[in-house]
Design a protein around this ligand. Sequence first.
Ligand code: ZN
Length: 261
Amino acid sequence: MKVIRSICILLTACLIIFFSQCSCAGENKSVLFQVSTLNALFEGIYDGEITFQELAHYGDFGIGTFNALDGEMVVLDGNFYQVRVDGEVLPVDPFTKTPFAMVTFFYPDAIIPFDEPADYDRLLFYLDTLLPTENIFYAIKVKGTFSFLKARSVPRQKRPYPPLVQAIAEQSIFEFNNVQGTMVGFFCPVYIQGLNMAGYHFHFISEDTMMGGHVLDCQIDSVHIEISFIHELSLILPKTEDFYRVNLVQDNEKELEKVER
Ligand code: ZN
């Protein structure tokens, strides 16, 4: 048993090295395309100008939200989903707009099976061991069976928009048991703080596309992990008066942690 396990670990390591060398050779040209900044969202800038139809030109995989903070957004395999505050999952209207989103075209550099039961912290710790550096971005897909998954969505806001901490106070929390699906997310380096949140950020969509949301916690049964290494960031900033006037100087790091976990 021990020998088989060692062989598996060795094979996984070889796969990662093989894929990462391919990526260094320039085969993977993944770009992270980001709309606005997380600290702007934090300050209540909930209206953007980019439609989902436009966003689809920049990626087939990603996360985000909607104008007026109308739920959690998940993109998987080019399909855009809206997880509303009542838990209903709808296909995204291509003409609606987003105030904050992160998308990329997903090309895996590493594919790793992870068959042992694990909680969310253990999964994140395991992901840490798979990333060759903390200084680049990664798109991460975790697909399989989850014995438990806790997700949330947020209610549509009305002007004047409250800050994100206040809006999140009205969030709905959903708990799913024995569900098949995919966690769709990103890892951002520490130096990006303000533009985005350092570390991992995952949304979830079930296999039957009936359940989803921003992941708060999970218990994995058996999954496989795909990681795309990203060396390029493209950022588009809102042209709105709200964005021009908002004060983005303050440090929201502690509050951001509260909002995301
Ligand atoms: Zn989220």
